[in-house]
Design a protein around this ligand. Structure first.
Ligand code: ADP
Ligand code: ZN
Ligand code: ZN
Length: 685
């Protein structure tokens, strides 16, 4: 480490000296501290400025976080900053406050948080290309071209949103016209000369939404932000936002990190969506951070969805959020679809399809209407089940189900085991079903790869369109396909989660759901919430115009309360029963969780690290630290992965404990282990 600027120590060595000020700079270095530099007389660097500094033999870009600070390192060891970069606006105080919050809450060093939030071009010491710096002609117009006369429900929602900080849950059924509400709120914001931030879960959704925003605000500069953009486009959009020129910023979770000097409205569309949580680097939830950011900005935040996350629902029931309701579809004559289960025990599926579902597809083909066959791939983890009596292997210590770990060729000690991914309990695979004695126990939840082929063989004249992650690699292709579907190209659509969200397909009247059951017996306590949400979303694709929609869900558990709630379009009832289960089992939102994860070449190294970590800081009584467990997909990219879960009923107590733990780990973690903390984790695999 010779030659590097010395990091801050906690004990200042030199006494404060009137003449001797320094600035403290955030750098992209995995150490939880700032670095001190002196300020040459001819340079004026203020808080929020990007500066070039020497760091060892390199130059790095940093951000000034503190100015006129009393140095803690000796004057002769302090280096001067090299230059201030003025190619982008100074980062404003509320942005730095947001970074401090994210860094503290998600346990990531401030330097990595701050630099990581900048677009890649602005992290680099190379000057910005001229192309980026060219501004769009100033189009500050706020002209609003509404699409519809508001329905009474929409109008009353608008009236209830006030200008100051408040978090609103906009709970509107699919097709209730939430987008129209967003557009009207944005229009009010633009009228006041302010900026609106609209967050959406996925790239695939943005083209249609982007078009609606452009049509509604033809004179307003719109900055679109997502990780799929080229560097130059991403930097330009960021600059337009940061300069306050873009009236509307529309983007995925990363748009939450853009500086917005005139921020006066935040919308989080499909707030329940898991993709608002980042799974690497700064593991933030853009939805949760949006609420904090709105508080900083003193503006309203709208969390819109047909199926609120249970966290958000719980926050509403505690009075923290205000709920605005759109209980009916907005389009004249459009009603919610009729949802029914198909009992697979009476109408067994052949190659995935029951006779009822095939007949229904046949009917739509005859009428020239579209069908959507939905394949649920989410939350898939093999669970051991008895097909004879319905028994599934559960954990004795949790309400979770055990995950089946297949025998591993490399470690032939055992022939597969059951493991609880929440508490770490292990059990051998039983020889027979403990309930009925059946010896033919099988893993449940096999994939359905051949759906498209099956349909093609069955309906040779039909035009079948398959949409999933693989077929949608290229964004332009996906956009074109989706537009084709809207125009009626394609009779049967086959798709995964990608097709469930947000799309408006006028000709679609039937939705068939093939394999919902694997989620009902999932080991993840969030699986029912996700299943309800995805089924409500995908059902919401059917019958969005005059012709009524029908949804058929194939299942072996037709009387499951989740399906009963779906049939009644009763989110509130579903949420109530889920929250009761969560409370009884001690799961979020009734407790707060964090995961400490480790990766190493050898699993034992990772597990030992976790055990040592747990022993290194004494947990207060209110924090429960579970035993370390290997991940379901233990091995990834040549590394063995394991984690331990920590729970507490007090968020501040958990936060303080995590702070101590991470401080300890930054100092002591062995080099052979890569580790991170995940606060409010939502995936455990
Ligand atoms: P959501 O986002 O709640 O699912 P959308 O905003 O996509 O719903 O609206 C669903 C459909 O209803 C769209 O086709 C939209 O054009 C139409 N719509 C929305 N508001 C109105 C309204 N006030 N009058 C008539 N149609 C409307
Ligand atoms: Zn059995
Ligand atoms: Zn358990």
């Amino acid at each position: 480490m010779k030659g590097l600027p010395t990091a801050l120590s906690t004990n200042p060595k030199s006494l404060p000296d009137e003449e001797n000020f320094c600035i403290r700079v955030a750098l992209d270095v995995p150490l939880p501290r700032l670095f001190e530099y002196s300020l040459p007389e001819e340079i004026d660097a203020r808080i929020g400025d990007r500066v070039a500094v020497r760091f060892g033999a390199q130059q790095k870009i940093g951000v000034v976080i503190e100015e006129r600070a009393t140095p803690q390192i000796a004057a002769h060891r302090m280096k001067p900053i090299v230059a201030v970069r003025d190619d982008a606006p100074r980062l404003p105080p509320d942005w730095i406050a947001l970074m401090r919050f994210l860094s503290g809450y998600y346990q990531r060093p401030l330097g990595e948080t701050v630099i990581g939030a900048l677009p890649p071009r602005l992290r680099s010491t190379k000057p910005l290309p001229r192309k980026v710096l060219q501004r769009e002609p100033q189009t500050a117009g706020a002209r609003f071209v509404p699409n519809h006369e508001l329905t009474p429900a929409q109008a009353s929602v608008l009236e209830r949103v006030s200008g100051g900080f408040n978090a609103y849950l906009l709970h509107g059924v699919t097709g209730s016209g939430k987008t129209e509400v967003y557009l009207n709120l944005v229009a009010k914001t633009l009228e006041r000369g302010m900026q609106a931030l609209v967050l959406v879960p996925e790239i695939s959704l943005t083209p249609q939404l982007e078009a609606r925003f452009r049509e509604a605000f033809p004179d307003t500069q719109l900055a679109v932000m997502h990780s799929g953009l080229e560097d130059i486009a991403r930097t330009s959009a960021w600059l337009a936002a940061a300069r306050g020129e873009a009236g509307i910023v529309l983007g995925t979770r990363l748009a939450l990190l853009a500086p917005l000097p005139k921020l006066a409205l935040i919308v989080v569309d499909e707030e329940h969506d898991a993709s608002f949580k980042q799974h690497e680097g700064l593991r933030y939830s853009a939805r949760d951070a949006a609420v904090y950011r709105a508080k900083l900005a003193g503006c309203p935040v709208i969390l819109g969805t047909a199926t609120p996350s249970l966290e958000t629902w719980h926050n509403w029931s505690l009075g923290r959020y205000e709920r605005l309701e759109l209980p009916e579809r907005a389009s004249p004559g459009a009603r919610l679809p009729v949802v029914r289960t198909v009992d697979l025990r009476e109408d067994p599926a052949e190659q995935g399809f029951s006779k009822k579902l095939l007949d229904a597809i046949q009917q739509r083909l005859a009428l020239g209407e579209q069908s959507l066959i939905f394949i649920n791939r989410r939350g898939y983890a093999p669970v051991l089940a008895c097909e004879a009596c319905g028994w599934t292997a559960g954990c004795e210590r949790c309400t979770a189900r055990m995950v089946l770990h297949a025998p591993d060729a490399a470690r032939t000690k055992h022939s597969g085991r059951l493991r609880c991914h929440h508490c770490g309990a292990e059990a051998p695979i039983p020889r027979a079903c403990p309930t009925c004695g059946n010896v033919d126990l099988k893993p449940m939840g096999r994939g359905t790869q051949r759906v498209e082929e099956t349909l093609a063989a069955r309906f040779p004249a039909a035009r079948i369109v398959r949409i999933d992650r693989d077929s949608a690699r290229r964004r332009a292709d996906l956009t074109r396909t989706l537009e084709g579907i809207r125009r009626g190209e394609g009779d049967i659509l086959v798709g995964t989660q990608l097709l469930a969200k947000g799309h408006d397909f006028p000709g679609l009247t039937l939705v068939g759901v093939l394999n919902a059951d694997s989620a009902l017996v999932s080991t993840d306590y969030r699986a029912p919430e996700r299943l309800f949400s995805v089924l409500a979303q995908v059902s919401g694709r059917a019958g969005r115009r005059e012709r009524p929609g029908e949804v058929l869900i194939q299942t072996r558990y037709p009387r499951h309360p989740l399906f009963a709630a779906l049939e009644r379009h009763d989110f509130a009832g579903f949420a109530k029963s889920q929250l009761e289960e969560r409370r009884a089992a001690g799961f979020p939102p009734f407790v707060f969780e964090a995961a400490l994860r480790a990766e190493a070449v050898k699993l034992e190294t990772a597990l030992a690290f976790l055990r040592d970590a747990a022993a290194s800081v004494r947990a207060p009584d209110e924090v429960h630290v579970f035993d370390p467990v290997p991940h379901l997909l233990t091995r990834r990219a040549g590394f063995e992965r394991a984690q331990l879960v920590m729970q507490s009923s007090s968020r501040p107590v958990l936060q303080e404990f995590l702070g101590l733990l991470s401080e300890k780990l930054f100092g002591t973690a062995p080099r052979a282990v890569r580790w991170h903390l995940d606060v409010d984790p939502i995936e455990f695999d």
